[in-house]
Design a binder for this molecule. Sequence first.
Ligand SMILES: *Cc1c(COP(=O)(O)O)cnc(C)c1O
Length: 479
Amino acid sequence: MGKTVFEKSSSGRRAFTLPPNDCPLEGLKQLITRKGPVGLPEIGEQDLVRHYIELAGKNYHIDKGMYPLGSCTMKYNPLINEELAGLGGFTGLHPDQDVGDVQGALELMHGLERALSEICGMGAFTLQPAAGAHGEFTGMLIARDYFLGRGEKRKVIVVPDSAHGTNPASVAICGFTPKTIQSNELGLIDPAILEKEVDGETAVLMLTLPNTLGLFEREIAEVVRIVHDAGALVYMDGANMNALLGIVRPGDIGIDIMHVNLHKTFSTPHGGGGPGSGPVGVNAELADFLPIPRVIKEDTGYILSCDSDKTVGRIHSYFGNFNVLVKAYAYIQTLGARGLKQVAMDSILNANYLMNRLEGTYSLKYPGPCMHEFVLSARNLKKNGVRTSDVAKRLLDYGLHAPTVYFPLIVEEALMIEPVETESRETLDAFAEVMERIAQEAKESPELLTEAPRHTPVRRLDEAAASRNPDLQWRPEEK
Ligand SMILES: *Cc1c(COP(=O)(O)O)cnc(C)c1O
């Protein structure tokens, strides 16, 4: 393993030259003089550059290889969108600028809201939530205020066991009580079960579509009818809209509130904790509940309106993560209706291709066809003493990123694979070959898996100790 930058430090080396200080220090000295050295590494500029280039080379990212992380849509995001978001006219804006000076930015936001409303068949959108989970939170606030306004005390939110993990969490944060319902043997919501669980206490059915098994709810029309008949709302977690673009408009099937993830479906790279965006769409009847300020188009131009007594209020400073909105708008405008539909078709085709190729080698609890992803199980390898985590670690030895593992919880030893729409057939084949080889290794020499990874900068980490006992302190004296 390479040395840390502290270990490369050599006294007196510098990566910078500053002009001599010409500011009189008298009087200040007392205030600004340090008690001792800060302990920063001392290193020359070239060695510093090499150090970070070497580290960057060890990083794994979507521009290096396939990233089949289920539910995350780790796809190629066209670089042109980054260029556009980086234009000075956008990056130089100040959110407190006069509305008259930022008409272009408001037009873009208004256009994106209209485009998302059209794509999803919803009445209106807010662009403010900063992430998918933040969108869920906003959606739950809207549902809460809607029922408060009607004087109805509905406390329960029904969440299928195939929903994304953030769903029950958002429900709880907003003071609702999540109630789990079990999927049937096809991995889908069973209308008969749902009918028994939904009543006058139910505020919302919160479903993930496609669900976390990568399946479309075939009974969705009946599901929506049952919920609406009980006077409740249907919330759709649309973080994986890349499976539905141009094929299904949630509003058309009766969804009342939903969110999308711009940093998944609409071209913002993610995974490193950078800014995201989880716009929320509502049916026309709920539009007044959306957060303020809202961008409104008037004859004289665009204005920001806080004029609503039903609004859930502000949920983000200013307007959300604006530069993510620019990328999404550019992506939608470049692809157009036909291109967006192709995105969904390709994501479905790629997932089904890979699923069909791998379903004999690993077990598949819920048969397809799938949408954008599918969930395999490494259950059949257990007899060799091998688990899903071993398969995941062995993939690293082959220079590949592992799929999402141990989720959803309803599949034992789960491997949740989303190949995404931008991967070529050659890349999918190469991934499948490695997965097949690993299954073979599990039978012939399982230690290759249980001792993996062998070829990464660090070998297998004790993950439990790292999270229970984090040691985040740098102690220079111990080097
Ligand atoms: C990613 C994802 C979320 C959460 O989105 P964040 O932006 O990470 O908060 C919620 N639901 C589904 C289905 C997802 O795939």
